[in-house]
Design a protein around this ligand. Sequence first.
Ligand code: NAD
Length: 357
Amino acid sequence: MSHRIAVLPGDGIGHEIIEQAVRVLTALNLPLTLEHAPVGGTAFDLHGHPLPPATLALAQSSAAVLFGAVGDWKYDKLPREHRPEQAILGLRKAMGLFANFRPAILYPELANASSLKPEVVSGLDLLILRELTGDIYFGQPRGIRNAPDGAFKGEREGFDTMRYAESEIRRIAHLGFQAAQKRQGRLCSVDKANVLETSQLWRDVVTDVAREYPDVELSHMYVDNAAMQLVRAPKAFDVIVTGNLFGDILSDEASMLTGSIGMLPSASLNAAGQGLYEPSHGSAPDIAGQGIANPLATILSAAMLLRYSLNDEASASRIEAAVRKVLSDGLRTVDIFEPGTTKVSTAAMGDAVLAAL
Ligand code: NAD
């Protein structure tokens, strides 16, 4: 049986980096059918919408989506619903992608790219699992109104609602424990249970789910402390599971520890295991078309696709080992270049990964 993979390159460097990931997937000779479709600004130019119905239908009927990046300054003046970034939000919503996996790995060869001391961060390998469809970002009611009561009655006030249902917490907690089982067996749940009722429920439910995973060591940490520990001793973490708001902030903080945005993959999964896989960086319009973008985050996203949506750990590990090999051979795109290494183009980096495979 062949698995259909929707390939959505998007805008900017999207096409250049996706091309290399497609070469890698093709070289593995797996039963995959790769189908391309436009998304983002490219789709707006062609079809008047950043997520045309045909692209959405392809994504929904595929085992997984391999996504490049969307966005360009030239679309910044469009009404919000037509901006390229709406395509990602639309895909997340339509596919129910509630679990966002963002690994932050710093290969020892790239330790100098981090703003932290190499001894603090070299060899970092942590995974942040962020709940993606709930929390204060989606909770109702929300709005701006004249305050109906309180000390500032009658003044304009903005308000949002933080809320999580038990089942939403339970399903992301299960994924957190299962991810920890495949790694070092440690899960840190991050909340603000000393202040927030939502977090108290979060903590209670995660603690309850833990009883099904006696092989995983669970700890709890307040989000302010987690932000601090991420820069103080990031290597102490294995898997972090947290809600949408805290995860948004902590995953960006963790990714910046590595200093190399061109290296970081991500995955967003739904309950059926369908996923959207994309590099953590954007469409980099400043370097688009020059053939110098780093394709490794996208190639590593393809590895995550094989691991999480197709359950093919062996092929995922093969890709990751090939990436480690090209780094230890000293090959670098411009974003991770340092003296003493060899500067290569996007395509040459793809060639090297293929050769290492
Ligand atoms: P960006 O991530 O595109 O670029 C930030 C900086 O990192 C730039 O200097 C860029 O050249 C560099 N960079 C990024 N990826 C690189 C790679 N693979 N290799 C080498 N260098 C790389 O962020 P930005 O400049 O803030 O945003 C540009 C556009 O991307 C905007 O339209 C934004 O909305 C969009 N964006 C899209 C996504 C997405 O598609 N998921 C995410 C973030 C930003």
